[in-house]
Design a protein around this ligand. Structure first.
Ligand code: GLY
Length: 394
């Protein structure tokens, strides 16, 4: 135990030292992110109304805003809250509140599993930065609404209701990301059943979503009456047996978060298994941003997915602070961060319709959002930038 504490201390010291050397990059990107998000606000403001509330991507050359019910609606307000957290400038707080409040009604939307993405990224950051109890109550209600989608026979929260002709009870690897809201709400409210649901969901996913090489399926479809597995499919990946890049990133982030929040070693072991799978990819190890699917048929002539790279970079950073193998994970996080921070991915200020990163891919099989900026790539990049700058200033 003593050794472990010493090791953690040394690792944190190394992390801080390695950032000292790179400080100009961090500072520069924060400054550019501020300029770029101000530009995004200028472009979004005239398009924003009571229905279209949050920028998501560029479509046909135009900035595309989404409704509050869209799974991505929480990321833009989250980005504004992170700018407030980083800079302490009240300008960002005011803008963040403006883009957060229109999502309030989603606390009652039981039609999807995306509650964590929508509410924890927006109201979660709002509460973290203000301690306003109105935001806390909204989050607790959001968690309770999400919990209504849990089926104890399956041991999972149901992800989607669409494609009912194909699946009876689809659970996607992305769903791991919605569990943090449940764990937080259990702690805040004392409603322990919310934590039980999160832990059960994670265990069922651990058991059923992974292949022998520790890559994951995108969709596992269950029989809601018996809990039996009916199909293992993909929806956004290349093929049922391929490894959709963002799915691997959600898994890495999700299991790392589950270990951080529960201290349950099984989740750490799973996060490290996913990390092993990713680090066997020479590209990832060197900090190269992945193609949209690791098994896409026409590599190297396939679109990249910067969002997968940003999610992985942020997750590897967290895992570095939790695992004995921390330095290896920190190295890959640093490399991915540096790649995303360089000219190929980080857009020049005043371009890219105010998004920070270029070259993400949303849904290739549907021919949708291919090689474009997408708001959640910016969110996980900014999250990492925020974590790195906090470490520097501590
Ligand atoms: N959660 C949906 C996606 O990653 O595209």
């Amino acid at each position: 135990m003593k050794n472990w504490k010493y090791f953690s201390f040394v690792l944190l010291f190394c992390i801080a030292c390695s950032f000292e050397n790179n400080l100009p990059v961090e500072k520069e990107r924060i400054k550019q992110a501020a300029q770029q998000l101000r530009y995004a606000l200028e472009l979004a403001e005239p398009l924003r109304d009571s229905v279209w509330v949050s920028p998501r991507t560029i479509e046909n050359g135009k900035l595309k805003l989404v409704k509050s019910s869209d799974w991505t609606s929480g990321f833009f307000p989250g980005n504004l809250w992170m700018m407030y957290e980083i800079t302490g400038d009240d300008f960002w707080k005011e803008e963040a509140i403006k883009y957060t409040l229109p999502l309030k009604k989603e606390q009652w939307n039981a039609g999807t599993h995306d509650m964590g993405f929508k509410m924890f990224c927006s109201f979660g950051k709002a509460y973290g930065n203000t301690n306003n109890t109105e935001y806390r109550d909204i989050l607790i209600q959001s968690a309770k609404t999400l919990a209504t989608r849990f089926n104890p026979r399956v041991g999972c929260i149901r992800s989607w209701d669409h494609n009912a002709d194909k699946w009876d009870f689809p659970v996607i690897i992305d769903n791991m990301m919605n569990l943090e809201l449940l764990l937080w709400a259990a702690k805040e409210s004392g409603e322990n059943y919310l934590k039980d649901i999160a832990v059960t969901h994670a265990y069922t996913t651990l058991k059923n979503h992974f292949r022998d090489d520790n890559s994951s399926y995108h969709v596992v479809d269950y029989n809601p009456e018996t809990g039996e597995i009916q199909n293992k499919h993909t929806h956004q990946g290349y093929a049922h047996e391929s490894s959709w890049a963002r799915g691997q990133a959600w898994g890495l982030y999700g299991f790392t978060m589950m270990y951080r929040e529960t201290g349950n070693k099984d989740f750490l072991v799973q996060a490290e298994k996913i990390a092993d799978f990713l680090l066997k990819k020479e590209g990832i190890k060197k900090g190269v941003i992945p193609y949209w699917d690791f098994d896409a048929p026409n590599i190297p002539n396939e679109p990249l997915d910067a969002s997968a790279g940003a999610i992985m970079a942020s997750a590897f950073f967290d895992l570095a602070q939790l695992a004995e193998n921390g330095q290896v994970y920190l190295d890959v996080s640093d490399k991915l961060f540096n790649t995303l921070s360089a000219g190929k991915f980080f857009a020049p200020v005043g371009e890219n319709k105010g998004f920070l990163l270029m070259h993400s891919t949303g849904h290739k099989p549907h021919n949708s959002e291919i090689d474009v900026p997408i708001v959640y790539a910016d969110y996980y990049y900014l999250e990492l930038l925020n974590k790195r700058s906090k470490l520097i200033s501590n």
